[in-house]
Design a protein around this ligand. Sequence first.
Ligand code: SF4
Length: 311
Amino acid sequence: MVLFITGRCSRTCWYCPLSAQRKGRDDVYANEKKVQTPGEAISVARTMDALGTGVTGGEPLLVPGRVREFCMELKKEFGEEHHIHLYTGLAPGKDELGALCGLVDEIRMHPPQEEWHRIGESAFLHSATLAREMGFSAGFEVPALPGIEGLRDALSALDFLNINELEWGETNADAMRKRGMEPADDLHNAVSGCRDWAAPLLGHPKVHWCSSQFKDSHQLRKRLIRVARNTARPFDHVTDDGTIIYGVIRGGGSIPEILSRLDREMYEVRDGEIETLWWIVSEYSAEIGGEKCIIERYPDRGIIVEVTPVP
Ligand code: SF4
């Protein structure tokens, strides 16, 4: 699960990928759901059978009490083995790290681009070393930007260096254009050429490359499949991509005869509409009154991907 713990951040990275809806707002989201309490986050984690949680933001360490509270409840609920990693753009000291002991397993630091060429003298390297001595797994996670090869000097002191493909977004597009950058293609958010900046480091055993496509499609797909597995109704068809498909009948009056012959769990009346097996709506359309369509959407009443009217 991705636990977005606050949209506030004390840094102003020009490439910040946060959306306008989240940036600067002190809201908490568990995956895409806005939550107020650890209990609500735990229900989201349950829905997807989460094996672990990534605490992100904004800057999580601006709300350390909240981080502790949520992590404590997640560990209490799912046990020690629920792996929690925390992103931070700060270099936490001994006291801040001490407060996270036993609650967070891994620290992923994001040192600013301006410090990469002298990372050996940076507070971030000191903080990562300290974190490892205190029992955390610790490394850096940064976007691929010019000058990233400077981080080679940090590798021996880190457990890992995760490099994310630089992503074009609504809030950083102007800053990208000003620097002469452009999207790689019309389909993905990746910025053209950024893999070349990271190329000198790729192949090192501690360096992991995460493409925007991998993040967008592979990770999302895995999450959708887990949620669909736990929330799909008996009549929902779960696709290989983790979306669900069902048929809808609107304004047809009473339950159509064809449905009354099915097990009761094969349809549901919801807000005056009937939801059921998509192929029943499609194949028996002539026997069913009202407006009919087939809906494909993310599971757990997530966003609607496609609505196909059935004549
Ligand atoms: S540290 Fe992260 S959240 Fe903060 S401004 Fe930079 S990219 Fe955005």
